[in-house]
Design a protein around this ligand. Sequence first.
Ligand code: TXA
Ligand code: MG
Length: 338
Amino acid sequence: MNTKFDLSIEEAAALLQAEEVVAFPTETVYGLGADATSDAAIAKIFAAKGRPNDNPLIVHIGSIEQLPQVVASVSDEAQQLMDAFWPGPLTIILPKQAGIAESVTAGLPSVGVRIPAHPVALALLQTVDLPIAAPSANVSGRPSPTKAQHVADDLDGKIAGIVDGGATEIGLESTVIDCTTTPPTILRPGGVTQAEIEAVIGAVCMAVSLEQAESTPKSPGMKYTHYAPSAPLFLVKGDRAYFAGVIADAKAEGKRVGILVPEEQAASYAAEVILTCGSKADLPSVSKRLYDALREFDAHDLDVIYAEPFYATDLGEAIANRLQKASGGRVITDKHSN
Ligand code: TXA
Ligand code: MG
């Protein structure tokens, strides 16, 4: 298939109406869209991404008037969340409407839905006038795309086209909250924080840790490896001297080392490749840059990557969650610190 770069909104809408898949920008990451009412269109998303078909997709709409096409009912809490955070990076899980293709929800009775806050996404969704299922537009397991070029790197030749809207603002995926449980449960931390949600609807549950989720995943996406660069990434928990020692040991073994640290720390270390991801004092600058940096490592033929962990406050929760997934649980801890 010939992938067309730089699709106009009208071209992209026409392709979606013809049951093709196209990538488009949202405020979180690029999505890979297809008609959520067509199993034939949805099958093309799973094929292009190589995504396991038991992992359901998020449905995107361009206005609240489209919501009844997607969900069968809206709880009070869900309504309050929509009023507070839409358009925006919050996906809400509700009972599914009959017209949504079975393959979108992997057979689940519930569906995830959001209105994205990106002018290009909104214009496209309003023009196409169909609910559009869209996972992140990466090959399954790779970091989500935050630039059109990332989509092209992963999916050139496998999809009909890409709408280029520049770099995405938030840089990591939406928060997913399940409003079919009482109280609602955050299944994936993201652009809207737990504190922001609780300020609107009161206490919510936080989904179980990754290790627990692996045995009984509530959000099917939890059980898969994600965001991984090709060299193994380790989180290093310790002070600067400890981090420097870990790097020195790897070099002594002849390894090519990459490190991922906040700007503040970049000058503290010596390694083959030092990539920075924003400033610790400015968490949005970190989320915006994280996946781009994870992808950049792949250009350098490294043996190992060491990263500083982030602490789970505010947006740091989502950042720490993605780094934890990118590491596949590999952590090196200074046994002498506490
Ligand atoms: O920011 C985002 O959410 C991006 C942009 C494109 O909107 N989309 C995205 O989609 O990240 P995806 O498919 O990569 O992640 C969807 C997550 C998965 O973890 C999936 O398991 C979960 O949402 N999910 C979707 N529908 C669900 C459902 N009915 N019940 C439980 N989890 C669901
Ligand atoms: Mg994804």
